[in-house]
Design a protein around this ligand. Structure first.
Ligand code: AP5
Length: 214
């Protein structure tokens, strides 16, 4: 099953991803995580992505699509994947559709987390992320049990992401409205999209997402 987890920056995609993957038995394919891993490892891809990420802009379509196609071809993703943060432009959506069709697959489910901008700004500025495994926390409503230490993997690497500084958050939201929001009507024209109120408590959102998976 190929699932698209859609929503603006800070909507809760990363927070819900593990539960969705467990329920659908598919791997988590998050383009932002792939870029951050490459950045941490100092690869050429990471260096290239850094400028775009720091400015709150999108990494060029063809680069992202090649990366995703490569990831979806790996053994653990042959039965499907959870796509988080992709597609983010109509061009990416079209290339994804073409790739899936060529491989006898399709977008089976779209989950759209709906959260207004003012909530997103508060969430992102209070977000803390584990540099080791990518788990997501919030200083007020979802802190790790021990400050700075990840509940999921135990690493003492829970920090603020560079692109969660306020000016970059605002740029990311502008990019979302300018380039990514248009993907939603494109998806609605092809797949049944389930809208989920992402402002509800994390556990309630998880239950709604579970029911949408059937
Ligand atoms: P990416 O890593 O994909 O970032 P994003 O989409 O901006 O999403 P986030 O990870 O910021 O938010 P999220 O929805 O996962 O929220 P989270 O669960 O953490 O992309 C980063 C960059 O990489 C992009 O800007 C771009 O440059 C590049 N990139 C990536 N993909 C690309 C692509 N396809 N094309 C081109 N470029 C690409 O939650 C946020 C906070 O809210 C947390 O603190 C969490 O604890 C809290 N929270 C979550 N749910 C709730 C809730 N229900 N109630 C209260 N708090 C909640």
């Amino acid at each position: 099953m190929d699932i698209v987890l859609f929503g603006p920056p800070g909507a809760g995609k990363g927070t819900q991803a593990a539960a969705v993957c467990a329920a659908a038995n598919v791997p988590h394919v998050a383009t932002g995580d792939i870029f951050r891993k490459n950045l941490k490892e100092g690869t050429a891809l990471g260096q290239l992505a850094r400028g775009y990420m720091d400015r709150g802009e999108l990494v060029p379509d063809q680069l992202v699509c090649d990366l995703v196609a490569d990831r979806l071809s790996q053994a653990d993703a042959l039965g499907g994947a959870l796509l988080d943060g992709f597609p983010r432009t109509v061009v990416q959506a079209e290339l994804l559709e073409r790739w899936l069709t060529a491989h006898g697959r399709r977008i089976d489910v779209v989950l759209n987390l709906v959260v207004p901008d003012e909530v997103l700004v508060r969430r992102l500025s209070g977000r803390r992320t584990c540099r080791a495994c990518g788990a997501s926390y919030h200083v007020d409503h979802n802190p790790p049990r021990t400050a700075g230490v990840c509940d999921a993997c135990g690493a003492a690497e829970v920090v603020q992401r560079d692109d969660d500084r306020e000016e970059t958050v605002l740029a990311r939201l502008q990019t979302y409205h300018r380039e990514t929001a248009a993907v939603l009507p494109w998806l609605r024209a092809r797949v049944a999209v389930t809208d989920v109120d992402g402002t509800l408590p994390i556990g309630v959102v998880q239950d709604l997402v579970h029911s949408a998976l059937g």
